[in-house]
Each structure stands twice: as C-alpha cells, then as structure tokens.
Design a protein around this ligand. Sequence first.
Ligand SMILES: *Cc1c(COP(=O)(O)O)cnc(C)c1O
Length: 397
Amino acid sequence: MTQTDFQWRIPLADIDLGPEEEAAVLDVLRRRWLTMGGVTAAFEEEFAALTSAAHVLAVTNCTAALHLAGLALGWGPGDEVIVPSLTFVATANAVRYTGATPVFADILGEHDLSLSPDDVAARITPRTRAIIVVHYGGHAADMPALLALAGRHGLDVVEDVAHAPGATLDGRALGTWGDIGCFSFFSNKNMTTGEGGMVTTDDDTLAERLRLLRSHGMTTLTWDRHRGHAFSYDVVAPGYNYRIDEMRAAIGRVQLGKLPGNNARRRALDAHYRALLPVALPGVGLPYRATRGVPGCHLRPILLPRGADRARFMAGMKAAGIQTSIHYPPVHRFSYYRRDDGPSLPITEAVAAREVTLPLYPAMSAGDVETVVAAAADALAEALVERPSGELSAAYG
Ligand SMILES: *Cc1c(COP(=O)(O)O)cnc(C)c1O
C-alpha cells in the first residue's frame, strides 16, 4: 500500500527496504533494549569502517549533527559561518541555533553546484569562523581548494554530507576532509533509518565534546550504567538529547550493508542519464557531466534552457507520471533569511531558476531512465512554446 492516492509511474526517489530491515527491528524489540546500546555501537563501528573516521557518533538526524558540530567548534553570537545558499535550509538553520550568522556564498557554475572557493574567499571577514561545505547531489565539492583557503584564514570546515555517504574524492571519504562530517539518514537519502544521522571527526577533543553534547552533557550514559561500568554521572555542559534509538540503528546497519551496491547502481543509472540527455535534450545544462572521485549520485539535476517555462515542464512530467523536484529554492530568498541588502549570488540565482531534479534511485531500470528522458524531451518542447502572457495562470488557476 502506498501512503498517497496519487501513484507515480516513476517517483523522484524510492527506498530499498525489505525483510532484512524488518527482522532487524523485530530483533531489537525482542531484546528489549531500545536506545543507544550494542546495536548503535555496532552501527557506529561499521560506519567508521566505511569512512575511516576515527570517531563516529550516531545522532537523531543531520540537522542535529550540524548543530552539534557548531557547538563543539564553539560558534556563537558575533561569529560568521559561510554556507551555500543552494542547499537544504537545515545547513543555515543549524548555524542560527548556535547564535552565529550564516553568510551565503555563491556556487562554482552550471557544471558544479557546490561552493566556489573564490566567492567564499571574497566573503571572509575578521568575524568568519568556519565554512560549511555541502557536497551537492553527492558530488564532491572542491575540498582541496576550500581546505587550503580555510587553512590560510584559520577557519573550521564542516562537511554537510547528507547527499554523499560512501562517496570519496582521491580515495578519501567525503565527510573526513574537514574537521567534522554530518550525515543524514532521512527517508529519501542514499541510506535511511527514517530519521537519523551521523557525525564524524578525527579529532579526539571534538569527539569528546560531541559525545557529551549528544546526551545532556552527561559524563556517563544509561548504557554504561546498565553494564555496571558506572554508578552515577556529572553534567559538564547544557547538552541536548540528540541520540538515536536501537530500532533505527538496526535499520541503519542493514542499509549500510546495501549502500555500496546501491551507490554503484546510482552511478550506473546516472551515467545512462549523462549519455542520453545531451542527445535527447540539446541545450539543457547538465551539471556533473564529468564526475570527480566516486560520487554518491544522490540527485540528477538538469538546467532547463533560459526561457523555458519550468512549471509547464514539471506539469508535463507529472502528466507522464514522472515526479520531479527542485533542489533548491535558494535559502537566502526565504522570508526568514531575505534581507534588502542581501548578498548578490548571481550563479546560485540563475541556476536555481532553471534547475529540475529527475528521478534517481537504485531500483530504477535502464528502461525507466529512457522513459524519463523521452518524457523530458516532450515536456521541454511544450515548455519552450511561446504563449501569450496570462495563459499559464489561467491553465493553472
Ligand atoms: C536532508 C538534508 C539535511 C538535513 O538532514 P536531516 O537528517 O533531515 O536533518 C541537511 N543538509 C542537506 C544538504 C540535506 O539534503
């Protein structure tokens, strides 16, 4: 059974859940230890093996991971943290939670939708403390250039790796290039626990702070006391409850096992898209046409030609039963973040106005990709037809 009445022929994303996840959750329920126990410890160990990070802590979600990262690095009022605007809003919100100010920087261009090191450099002030790098769509940002820049200015680097678990650049896991990596296991990500996330670091001091802040600032956990390792605890910071539970960790372990195969499948499907799209939709921008490292291929973005009517394009796709989306409405344009003297982000704005995300998930077939591309060619032809102004609003009124 699906949750919605509307049945997409090809949805934007789909999760790979089966009897293994069900059995893993049942097993936890029958063992009757439900939060932050042996299953979570095993999940963390296995994630450490995937990323080679020295410290790995499972958390409630990636937003919590980003908040913890900022707290562990000591961001606060008066500090500025440079973030992309072309991201999910949580990247910027998490900066706000610490009292620091997010400063939006532009992206590289139509070929690469992650932060431009040059534009980041132009926004550094004496108040700048850190950069949050988002690996858009699962594709590595320019980490060597961003780390060199951060090094010259003494800035922390946090990686928002929500799109890129299992992805690497120069053989090194994304999330382990900067000081702290923040991963998401939300329902539509490359691996899921429903809600869930992971925070990684190689720094022992940061790891200790992250561990305390994840669980109320307490020096021992219920799990330690249960195992007779401690009888009481101290509280050394006003921490949070950002823990994961054992049911989610159990799902995560199964999902983690599937991740390498599912990411490989995503890469193969994305390669098929990259081969077909330039032929079927000439004039359409194709970010990440040349891939770097081993990407996570979380999203397949395209950029419609200037002048194409995006709403009409997406309606045409919907009529063909194909779900599309937009990644992202730029954060600096949302009511909460908008300012009259707001930043000039010409590339972000130009790209965001033309971007459409096509379906990409491991269970798609090569034939599904061909179906999407054929429908996109038809929808684009429609979206390029000049119409008298007013007709569109009438059609959608
Ligand atoms: C999904 C996402 C987040 C938030 O992840 P949650 O686990 O839902 O909190 C943060 N940043 C990016 C880029 C995302 O795509």
